[in-house]
Design a protein. Structure first.
Length: 243
């Protein structure tokens, strides 16, 4: 019996040989790859960053800060962020709520502002936004941002039990050193390239456009809700008048 020919859709049109499938991208939740818009947060977002961190449950506060930080301690931490020196990134949900935040804290002077040698990375994700890879995406974005600013090393100080954070660092090639209950991760960053600079520019622009679209959609939604409420009031008044 002659071999059953492969379907025409699986044959190379030039060699007439079966086409080897390309490795698929790592899928996000639900098996579908999803781009995650990450925005750079300016000083005007200080209050919203505080609200995000205060929304973390005690266990997450413990992992993020190394102790179960109080609301006051969190507020003081956010107040101390120097937005002229540091960088803060955020991921918003469809309701424009800040569900994930990353903080790149650069070394203070006398480090040269033109070539910072090291930056520390910290991240937090609200429980309802877990399982979507937001922490890893923020880490990747932070690495790209730091290398594009000639940073040589990204540093993470975390509790040894913060396995999720340390796993992200190890997967990126960081050297992790454990000292009892605490661990340090050091990642040597490659020099920036034209491709990395363009990639950051495109991602930043796309995230801004996405945020504006969501903000506009929310305004329309609120407008429609207001119109429907007025219509309901009129309908109720008309019904009462007819009785």
């Amino acid at each position: 019996m002659p071999p059953v020919p492969a379907s025409s859709s699986s044959l190379d049109p030039l060699t007439e040989r079966p086409v080897q499938p390309e490795p698929a991208s790592v899928p996000a939740r639900g098996g579908v790859f999803r781009w995650v818009p990450i925005r750079s947060l300016a000083e005007r977002y200080r209050k919203r960053i505080t609200t995000h961190l205060i929304a973390l449950p005690p266990g997450d506060r413990y992992l993020r800060f190394g102790h179960t930080a109080s609301d006051e301690q969190i507020a003081n931490y956010v107040t101390g962020i120097d937005f002229d020196r540091d960088e803060v990134f955020g991921i918003f949900n469809r309701r424009l709520e800040l569900v994930a935040v990353a903080h790149l804290a650069y070394e203070r002077p006398p480090q040269l502002s033109s070539r910072p040698a090291m930056v520390e990375f910290g991240v937090s994700v609200l429980p309802q936004a877990r399982g979507r890879g937001y922490g890893a995406r923020l880490f990747e974005h932070a690495v790209m941002h730091a290398r594009n600013r000639s940073t040589e090393t990204l540093f993470i100080h975390a509790l040894s039990e913060n396995t999720a954070m340390l796993k992200i660092a190890r997967n990126a090639g960081a050297k992790v050193v454990r000292d009892g209950s605490e661990s340090e991760a050091w990642l040597t960053l490659p020099p920036d390239t034209l491709a990395s600079q363009v990639e950051e520019m495109v991602e930043t622009y796309a995230a801004e456009v996405n945020h504006r679209i969501m903000r506009h959609a929310m305004r329309l939604e609120h407008l429609f809700d207001a119109v429907n409420e007025v219509r309901a009031q009129f309908a109720k008044g008309a019904h009462v008048a007819s009785e």
